[in-house]
Design a protein around this ligand. Structure first.
Ligand code: GLU
Length: 452
């Protein structure tokens, strides 16, 4: 048996084991499968990794916390949600990753996100481990007071597990500036410490970093631009389809416009908007950020250039590039086929794991440049790490400085993924490049730190 097939069969065996140990966690199994299926060449080249049981240790979180979150709504009714924090890997630094508040959240979802975060954070080169948390709480339709009470109850347990040198949560779906404010307030109250670096995504006036709200979307556009550059093209004049209408989507659309491209769609769970003139960012921000409304209200107020398509998916709209920025598994094989039929050149993931494995394989087979989330959307967590650096130094940087750093980091991630893919015989395959490059950084640190 050759070394290569030996490592492949070890991986197959491991995958079976992971499936057995983590039943009813489809998203986690999908994420683990997607990483492990690309690692055979690196395990063959570096037998010391297998000897140290690195993959076996990597797929098992260092710590998982599950807790009850009771809270009262405005009418005094008691609700009980479930809270999670999965501290996945701290070989490179304190656990770092967002909190997601969404009814779909369960342990498998948080584990998939935490697992992705390990590699994503490693790719930034910034000394942050991987973790994720959240709750099945649905902030939609809740008053500010209800959201505040929920956040306070959530933090009343979470505070025991986090800290600027231990675990640093931030936002994700359903957790933005408002929620981070309430969470930080309760942490400060319980601990009696002004520990700015315990959470990121704070308000700019009280320890937050400029450009943090924009960072994930801006970073993804920079990554897409780097992939196009590699093919001798640029963003100028390209038409883009963007899904979602949260923070990632909004700042993706903003950066596309700044670089001369035109985003013609946005969406939410009710359907999508297509706007021939290009999405009007002022109106979208008003509807989503100020009114916390739905995208159909954008279409109603925009006039004749825009229409709302209930229940549809943006991928049926012809475009040169696609930037899925909503949620996991929102772009399947049929959607990928529609994009390819319409001549898409690049797909870059602003959300975490938005493309299904079948969609990714089809896009790659068809020669479309594909940027996986753990590389393409790493700008958000990268600027979170810059926020931590500013907090430690008790300083704040200008927006220009943060954006310059973000641009450098995204270009470095692109180069790293591209070169790693080439080195392991998969030129142009950013999935393989991102997985192997992220894995090598974490694996080398784990190797040096012993069997823990
Ligand atoms: N939730 C974001 C992500 O998926 C950001 C995490 C952070 O800033 O810690 O990467």
């Amino acid at each position: 048996m050759t070394t290569r097939s030996a490592s492949t069969s070890t991986l197959d065996h491991l995958l079976t084991e992971i499936e057995h140990r983590n039943p009813a966690q489809p998203e986690f199994l999908q994420a683990a499968h997607e990483v492990l299926e690309t690692l055979a060449p690196v395990l063959a080249a570096r037998p010391e990794y297998a000897e140290a049981g690195l993959v076996e240790r990597l797929v098992e979180p260092e710590r998982q916390v599950i807790f009850r979150v009771p809270w009262q709504d405005d009418r005094g009714r008691v609700h009980v949600n479930r809270g999670f924090r999965v501290e996945f890997n701290s070989a490179l630094g304190p656990y770092k990753g967002g909190l997601r508040f969404h009814p779909s959240v369960d342990l498998g979802v948080i584990k998939f996100l935490g697992f992705e975060q390990i590699f994503k954070n490693a790719l930034t080169g910034l000394g942050i481990g991987g973790g994720k948390g959240g709750s099945d709480f649905d902030p939609h339709g809740r008053s500010d007071a209800e959201v505040m009470r929920f956040c306070q109850s959530f933090m009343t347990e979470l505070y025991r597990h986090i800290g600027e040198h231990t675990d640093v949560p931030a936002g994700d779906i359903g957790v933005g500036g408002r929620e981070i404010g309430y969470l930080f307030g309760q942490y400060r109250r319980i601990t009696n410490r002004w520990e700015a670096g315990v959470l990121t995504g704070k308000g700019a006036g009280w320890g937050g970093s400029l450009i943090r709200p924009e960072a994930t979307g801006y970073g993804n556009v920079l990554f897409a631009a780097a992939m196009l550059r590699e093919r001798g093209e640029d963003l100028e004049g390209q038409t883009a389809v963007v899904s979602g209408s949260g923070n990632v989507a909004i700042y993706t659309i903003e950066k596309l416009a700044a670089l001369g491209a035109n985003a013609v769609t946005c969406s939410d769970s009710s359907g999508y908007v297509v706007d021939e003139k290009g999405i009007d960012l002022g109106l979208l921000k008003q509807v989503k950020e100020v009114e916390r409304g739905r995208v159909d209200s954008y279409a109603e107020r925009r006039g004749s250039s825009a229409r709302f398509v209930p229940g549809g998916r943006v991928w049926e709209v012809p475009a040169d590039i696609a930037l899925p920025s909503a949620t996991q598994n929102e772009l399947d094989e049929n959607d990928a086929a529609a994009l390819i039929r319409n001549g898409v050149k690049a797909v870059s993931e602003g959300a975490n794991m938005p493309a299904t494995p079948e969609a990714v394989h089809l896009l790659q087979r068809s020669g479309v440049a594909f940027g996986p989330g753990k590389a393409a959307n790493a700008g958000g967590v990268a600027v979170s790490a810059l926020e931590m650096a500013q907090n430690h130094a008790r300083t704040s940087w200008t927006a220009a400085r943060v954006e310059e750093e973000l641009t450098r980091i995204m270009n470095d991630i692109h180069t790293t993924c591209h070169e790693t893919a080439e080195r392991y015989g998969a030129p142009g395959d950013y999935v393989t490049g991102a997985n192997i490059a992220g894995f090598e950084r974490v694996a080398d640190a784990m190797l040096a730190q012993g069997v823990i």
